[in-house]
Design a protein around this ligand. Sequence first.
Ligand code: GDP
Ligand code: CA
Length: 319
Amino acid sequence: MRIVALAGGIGGARFLRGLKDVIAPDDEITVIGNTGDDIHLFGLKVCPDLDTVMYTLGGGIHEEQGWGRAEESFAVKEELAAYGVGPSWFGLGDKDFATHIVRTQMLGAGYPLSAVTEALCDRWQPGVRLLPMSDDRVETHVRITDEQGTRAVHFQEYWVKLHASVPAEAIVAVGAEGAKPAPGVLEAIAAADVILFPPSNPVVSIGTILAVPGIRAAVAAAPAPVVGLSPIIGGAPVRGMADKVLAAVGVAATAQDVALHYGADLLDGWLVDEADTAAVAAVEAGGIPCRAVPLLMSDPAATAAMARAALELAEQVRA
Ligand code: GDP
Ligand code: CA
């Protein structure tokens, strides 16, 4: 079985770990990763979501934090601060710096991001084929209004520095309209037996991937069933501030509104948490078969059960 998953960072990576636990030995997982969160810092290209997937599946992740390297130190960050060189709000550890140095060096030598990601994965052996959504530069920006007036800030500034403390007025994936899917992305979607949307952020993770011209249409046209899992439980994100970016696109932070936002043209199935059993009817009324199952990735067994439920729903809806 060929499984394709679109993924952001923490929510995507943790789900993928559960998925790896339940697939058969000869099943293949292709992950299409969000690169709209990418940022240039200290002259280095940082790809937070690709790295979260790579470190999580490769065994290098800081488990409690969910991003960055385990057993990390911050000597370089402290030295940069001593020079007065920022930003100080983005936590890059010493081990993590090496990843960004290797990536930036390879990009500078002319390799596309997809080839660089493959090279980094040679070390981490994540057990999936990890493809960036695009080799072209796409950067998510957020329009806000604060004491400095109305302005656009990089998504990382909105999320990490400002902690989404002011409303997001608009979300723009800068560069997306001119971007091309990375080599292999459209082919993987077309050849998939199952396509999954993990419980990743629907706007700035999966929404950004779908904004690359050709990807949304390929998912909608794919013969494979498309099944998603809600990142919203009981009217709130399980972790993070997804409600803020959902509000910017006019979508309420509920399990059913997220499903209807993706729509029946994309989704063939949707999983909500048992706390949202009341949402099942509304999702099905929108033409999307829906089941309520436990959706908290509290431990490996619970996460594996979620992946199994997603694959089962895919089988049930397969035409
Ligand atoms: P990011 O790029 O690191 O923000 O990660 P993703 O976009 O992949 O995932 C973020 C989303 O994961 C958030 O909206 C969370 O609500 C969701 N999430 C995190 N943990 C869980 C969980 O245990 N269960 C569910 N259903 N969603 C989760
Ligand atoms: Ca992200």
